[in-house]
Design a protein around this ligand. Structure first.
Ligand code: NAD
Ligand code: IPM
Ligand code: MN
Length: 359
């Protein structure tokens, strides 16, 4: 198969982890006979520096024409002045909105070799396998903003249609998993959450084979740490999903490990690790590229329908986590390039005949 992938390296460690993910995709192409064409474009702080805009028109156009988009990270202290008129993060929100990718899938699994890195006792981490479905194009992120010298507002708005579509996505995904959806909201306080809850409850009736439970977000933050293995699919609104998934990353051992896939009704999916530009370690070649590499695997699965290839990358990552080397965030000494090379080498250890024939 031939595919065109736009890469958006962005800022900080973004280009470092994206280089590794692209190298793994190239290694997959070489072994399986597929052909992936990459086109790099600007987004975020580097785009502001070059063009004055966080999402230049050329980037948006290229993304819309691509089969899939793979993003590193945006932002950093250089562009973080609260008075700044234009911000790197606006580029990220704009590309998500423009591609209509309203469902952000953030899978969480805990590799046994890393269980000791989690602040939780090992036995709590057994069988942890959660798929967060974060609503990505609504809520406080996209509502009207106002600012005077002594006050500011961020409108949080959800329409029924926005809640319905992400709910359906969550239930469809749950059908393929353990048939359990937890919907997280703050319905005891927020009107948007009451709309969320009644909409999710109504849509759930279309999926009698899937069990639904509701959980308030504050207690969910606690339950994620005390009973993480209880959860299957967790669907929630934009801001709650952002916060809960960084919390979830602590269970896996590092923020550098978690991938994401952002999907809509359109053909183009957006794939990015959940971490940011990590300014504290940028430029040192020590960022963990596994979240980006696993995002590339999700790209193959969801945008290119290459499930065998995606599973092969995931198995290669598992092999590296079991046998090393490990990057610093998970207690090792290896740099980004060493992890990249180890994953590529592991592709050959885990390759199956189906993978090698590109079937
Ligand atoms: P961050 O995710 O960049 O970093 C948080 C901590 O995790 C840091 O200590 C960092 O070193 C560590 N970390 C993150 N990724 C890592 C990796 N791959 N390997 C090893 N360690 C890693 O979050 P932050 O510091 O709150 O934000 C920094 C900037 O990133 C901000 O400008 C923020 O807006 C931006 N950001 C961008 C994205 C994105 O582009 N998708 C996501 C989150 C934050
Ligand atoms: C993420 C990030 C972004 C978000 C920021 C950088 C806009 O934290 O992808 O999780 O909040 O969605
Ligand atoms: Mn985040």
């Amino acid at each position: 198969m031939k595919a065109r992938i736009v890469t958006l390296p962005g800022d900080g460690v973004g280009p470092e982890v994206l280089d590794a993910a692209v190298a793994v995709l190239e290694a997959v192409a070489e072994r399986s006979g597929h052909s992936f064409e990459f086109e790099a474009q600007l987004i975020g702080g580097c785009a502001i520096d070059a063009t004055g805009e966080p999402l230049p028109a050329a980037t948006l156009e290229a993304c819309k024409k691509a089969d899939a988009v793979l993003l590193g990270a945006v932002g950093g202290p250089k562009w973080s002045d609260p008075q700044a008129k234009v911000r790197p993060e606006q580029g990220l929100l704009a590309i998500r909105a423009a591609l209509g990718v309203y469902a952000n899938l953030r899978p969480l699994q805990v590799h046994p070799a890393l269980a000791s890195l989690s602040p939780l006792k090992n036995e709590k981490l057994k069988h942890v396998d959660v798929l967060f479905v974060r609503e990505l194009t609504g809520g406080a992120y996209f509502g009207a903003k106002t600012r005077t010298t002594d006050a500011a507002t961020d409108e949080c708005k959800y329409t029924v249609a926005e809640v319905e579509r992400v709910t359906r996505r969550a239930f469809e995904l749950a059908r393929e998993r353990r048939q359990h959806v937890t919907s997280v909201d703050k319905a005891n306080v927020l009107e948007t959450s009451r709309l969320w809850r009644s909409t999710v409850t109504r849509i759930a009736a279309e999926y009698p084979d899937v069990k639904l439970e509701h959980q308030l977000v504050d207690s969910m933050a606690m339950l994620l740490l005390t009973q993480p293995a209880r959860y299957d699919v967790v669907v929630t609104e934009n801001l709650f999903g952002d916060i809960l998934t960084d919390e979830a990353a602590a269970l896996a051992g590092s923020l550098g490990l978690l991938p994401s896939a952002s999907l809509g009704e359109g053909k183009v999916g957006l794939y990015e690790p959940i971490h940011g530009s990590a300014p504290d370690i940028a430029g040192q070649g020590i960022a963990n590229p596994l979240g980006a590499i696993l995002s590339a695997a999700l790209l193959l699965r969801h945008s290119l329908d290459l499930d065998v290839e995606a599973t092969t990358i995931e198995a290669a990552v598992g092999h590296v986590l079991s046998n090393g080397p490990h990057s610093r965030d998970i207690g090792g000494k290896a740099g980004t390039a060493q992890i990249r090379d180890a994953v590529i080498a592991a592709l050959d250890d885990v390759a199956t005949p189906a993978f090698l024939s590109g079937l």
